[in-house]
Design a protein around this ligand. Structure first.
Ligand code: UDP
Length: 413
């Protein structure tokens, strides 16, 4: 077993790694391509950063490409994103044209790889139209949807499904999101990498120093939300909950840490609103972090008493798994993938309003023993369900099934 896989065995168990090696055997040498729209920022980039090297370690010829476009393309895909997550959005014809043209240009750019790859994973709507421009493709194509598509705006879904219907399979994060499509639909929840800079153990010294660097008092309770500045993450609702709780617990501090993503044009506006909302409060810190601030986020998650993810829509919420892994209960919006991870009263609390969140904040600050117990359960829950080794196993199983067809027998040695 090579060194990297050996490291995962120490966290996830030898059996898990043995399974991966067996599943990867029939896939050795296969050309696999992943395509999304950003290398940094957001959950998809976070996952691919590790998934692709691991597929290589297991003997596949794995590649990761991104589609690039101009402003109009990102405006269009942000509207798609909003509409798929249930918000009303009217997408003008001119933006749809930019979407199709950008996909056509990117198809040209990556034609050789996409034509020849045995399996292509297209992540989210941004590159979904590529398939149309590679009619000579040789391999199987999978559309991987990471967002909460449980109540998509019909017109936008109709438009996008015109592209997606041509794929060989789709993957959604949970059953509630799955849509009717004329091909097999699989469910694979995302995962975190326990060995990454974002999630590995850190010394207490480093955690304290990180707090001090940002003028956070490490000796007073601090609650944290890590998110892109996006309305679906409800940062203003978090501030409201913090204010309600702070009236009862004056030492409480709030940290809202986030950055932008290359493919998200709305971030600056939301950041400005958040900054304005806390500008008179020295205990409320808004940190705009660079996209490679993984260790800082790790330290902040470890410094927090507990973590919030008060999203009103959430595909999965990697930030939830990251916090749970660090033994922090999560107060999360009762929506999408947060429901998979926050087991109410066990690994955290599900909430629907700032008032509900404030109530749970006060509860956790007053019941330290409960907070510790929930944190212990939270860590174990992630170890069993949301580590990258589990997600990789499910991807490999899907790949074996697709490449060998339902009728073939796959013999694993
Ligand atoms: N993240 C980060 N820097 C930031 C904000 C977020 O590295 O400033 C990371 C975060 O730790 C998590 C991912 O980006 O790993 C966000 O994934 P999630 O599924 O929570 O939300 P998404 O942004 O995909 O909607």
């Amino acid at each position: 077993m090579n060194a990297l896989l050996h490291e995962y065995a120490a966290v996830a168990g030898e059996d898990t790694i043995d399974q991966l090696l067996q599943l990867a055997e029939p896939l050795k040498g296969m050309k696999v391509a992943h395509v999304n729209s950003t290398r940094v920022g957001g959950g998809v980039a976070e996952i691919l950063t590790k998934l692709v090297p691991l597929q290589r370690e297991l003997g596949m010829d794995a590649h990761w490409e991104i589609v690039l476009g101009k402003n109009e393309f990102y405006q269009c895909t942000k509207l798609f994103h909003n509409a798929l997550q249930g918000r009303t959005a009217v997408v003008p014809e001119s933006l749809l044209k930019a979407y199709e043209e950008t996909n056509a240009q990117n198809a040209e750019e990556h034609r050789a790889l996409l034509r020849d790859a045995d399996i292509v994973f297209i992540h989210d709507p941004q590159p979904a139209a590529l398939l149309r421009y590679i009619p000579e493709r040789k391999g199987k194509w999978v559309w991987r949807c990471h967002i909460d598509a449980s109540h998509p705006q019909r017109q936008v879904w109709k438009y996008l499904s015109g592209f997606i219907a041509g794929y060989d399979a789709s993957v959604f994060s949970l059953a509630d999101f799955a849509q009717m499509l004329p091909h097999p639909v699989y469910l694979i929840p995302p995962s975190i990498d326990p060995l990454s800079e974002k999630n590995r153990e850190l010394s207490e010294k480093e955690v304290r120093e990180t707090c001090e660097r940002y003028h956070i008092d490490p000796d007073r309770p601090m609650m944290l939300q890590v998110s892109r500045f996006d309305r679906f993450k409800d940062p203003l609702g978090v501030i409201q909950a913090y204010r309600l709780a702070k009236a009862f617990i004056p030492p409480l501090q709030l940290v809202l840490a986030g950055g932008g993503a290359d493919d998200d044009p709305e971030g600056d506006l939301v950041l400005a609103e958040v900054q304005a909302a806390v500008k008179d409060d020295p205990d409320a810190h808004v940190l705009f972090l660079p996209s490679d601030a993984h260790r800082t986020i790790n330290a902040l998650q470890r410094a927090a008493y507990f973590v919030l993810q008060k999203s009103v829509r959430e595909g999965f919420g990697l930030t939830v798994a990251e916090a749970l892994w660090k033994g922090k209960p999560v107060i999360g919006g009762d929506t999408g993938g947060i429901r998979l991870q926050v087991v109410n009263h066990h690994t955290g609390f599900l909430v629907d309003s700032p008032e509900g969140a404030a109530l749970r904040i006060r509860y956790l600050l007053h019941h330290h023993d409960k907070l510790v117990e929930m944190g212990r359960k939270a860590h174990e829950f992630v170890r069993e369900n949301f580590l990258i080794t589990r997600q990789l196993r499910e991807y490999l199983t899907l790949m074996v099934a697709l490449l060998h067809g339902a009728g073939d027998r796959v013999v694993l040695e």
